[in-house]
Design a protein around this ligand. Structure first.
Ligand SMILES: [Zn+2]
Ligand SMILES: [Zn+2]
Length: 245
């Protein structure tokens, strides 16, 4: 695992003109995309990332700012890229149906279309792991809108590990999941505690020592968070940030 490109670091509503959740993880010979928001195709273009580089898309949960961009990427794979390489899509229970239904609703239905490449779906259940494109992935339940099947993700390769919170409010098991990670991509939508299904800087600050990982980067930043210039000792990510591992 070599680096992570922060393709999108905004909340669901594009705070500060940033893009929705998407993180490209590059390994030796393969790359995976953690989350694929509705703005992700734009982000990949803006950053000069070849869509064909992506071997797998792994979805944390079924909110549009985390998986709503998959239909457009599939369409681009067919008509923009004439893709031949297989593409894997993984996510919580029901991922295939969710993606197919989203594609249908957006007018880009998968059924009946000659894709020209192998498209495979994999369910990633909490506490189980899955090997995809040279990466070992594991999911854990988070505290977020239950109907979205909320999960965080752990991604390991080459002796390194990344933890990604997905969307979540604070829950006491979170430190256990992220412990020992080389990088923790941590949602922090809010400045102060408000909506319980998202984290806030106010809640994270006193719990910093509990997050026992080499580096934590805050993301999924809402407007108040984006407007800040300091993050009380935390680092905040921005679109286009590249972190070497
Ligand atoms: Zn979100
Ligand atoms: Zn969400």
């Amino acid at each position: 695992m070599n680096e992570v490109v922060f393709v999108g670091t905004s909340d669901a509503f594009g705070a500060g003109g940033r893009r929705q959740s998407a993180y490209l993880v590059r390994g030796s010979g393969s790359s995976i995309l953690l989350d694929c928001g509705a703005t992700t195709a734009t982000g990949l273009e803006a950053l000069g990332i070849d869509r064909n580089e992506i071997d797998a898309i792994v979805v944390s949960h079924f909110h549009g700012d985390h998986f709503g961009g998959i239909p457009a990427l599939l369409l681009a794979a067919v008509y923009g890229d004439a893709r031949k390489r297989p593409l894997q899509v993984a996510g919580p229970s029901g991922v295939e149906e969710r993606v197919r239904n989203a594609a249908w609703a957006l007018g880009h239905q998968i059924e009946g279309r000659a894709l020209g490449f192998e498209l495979a779906f994999h369910e990633l259940h909490a506490g189980t792991s899955l090997r995809l494109g040279g990466f070992e992935l594991e999911a854990f339940r988070t505290f977020h809108a239950p109907e979205s099947c909320p999960h965080g993700l752990l991604c390991r390769a080459d002796g390194r590990s990344i933890a990604f919170s997905g969307d979540t409010g604070w829950f006491d098991e979170l430190p256990r999941h992220v412990r020992g990670s080389d990088l923790f991509i941590c949602e922090c939508t809010q400045e102060r505690q408000g909506y319980p299904y998202h984290l806030s800087l106010e809640e994270l600050e006193p719990r910093r020592r509990e997050l026992d990982c080499t580096r934590t980067l805050l993301t999924h930043l809402g407007p108040e968070m984006r407007a800040r210039s300091d993050y009380r000792g935390f680092e905040a990510a921005d679109d286009g940030l590249v972190v070497k591992l």
